[in-house]
Design a binder for this molecule. Sequence first.
Ligand code: PHE
Length: 357
Amino acid sequence: MDLTLIPADVAKAHQAFASALAAAADLDALMRLKGEYVGREGSHAAGLMDLLKTAPKEQKRELGAAINGLKNAWEEGLKARQVELEAAKKRAASLASQWDPDLPPPLPARGAQHPLNRLMDRLVDVFRPLGYHVEEGPETETEAHNFDGLNIPEDHPARGSADTFYFQEHSGQLLRTHTSPVQVRVLKRLAPRIQELGGIRFLAPGRVYRKDEIDPTHSPMFHQVEGMLVGHGIGMHHLKGTLSYAMKALFGPGAEVRFRPSYFPFVEPGAEVDVRCPLCGGAGCRVCKGSGWVEILGAGLVHPNVLSYAGIDPTEWSGFAFGMGVERTAMMVSQTPDLRLFFENDQRFLKAMGGLD
Ligand code: PHE
């Protein structure tokens, strides 16, 4: 095509046309390009038509041929690109609307109860038929409920700020270090009605806090389930019978409990309670460290001072209490070697715990 008669700027635009055409990524861009080159007004083609009108007679033939050649090249190029872009648009639309009614739909991820909460709920379910109801105390406690009411002496090391989170020094406010302060709260609340109730029994699951460094078996926040029963003539045999029943309900009919004498200021006598290792059946394994037994509870008969503090006559009433370590029990049952797994909320772990499907 002879471009010598064509104004330089149009000739230059023509040379850029092919790449501008290829760069038009969609139909809108293509329409803009079309306007620019062959539109009725202001386009390169319209400018060329004006040029033709004013051209001297003897140039008209040649110039007209050149202009026609340009316009045809542009129109053909635009048309071909339009066909291409329209086909691509169709393909995309049909892909988007492809719908196979036989395919199973993508299921949304389903949430589920956390394994620690499930274990606590199971324990509550074991005790409910025995007449225990659920109590909850605040995680922010007073020294009076967490220590004083539980017969814990002024100089007991657990009261120190090395073990316990205090809000402000001497404020008397702390994060409870065990669920036992719920004993104090419930006893105080129900003391005036204890005759009419004929006794007290409850379970108190919840979070507790201690200044422990985080490692595979320690966390500054963990869970306990407190249990308490107050009645007439309650003795160690009631405690043993109840815990033995509960552990069988939790771990299966083969479960056995063992009491070892121990000391907690709020019980007398006090005991640490082991269950026969539910994994090896007592033969000895990694979980029970070869001993065949795992300690999961502290327990004992309620100290008379605890009853008196709450306004209950210890010469008439007696009771037992226990506190179970939830993480410890969960780790043992699920063979989880590191309790941090329970708090990291890695979906793969939670799924493996059977909580999610
Ligand atoms: N509160 C004790 C602890 O945290 C456990 C316990 C509860 C012991 C009730 C005896 C009676 O270790």
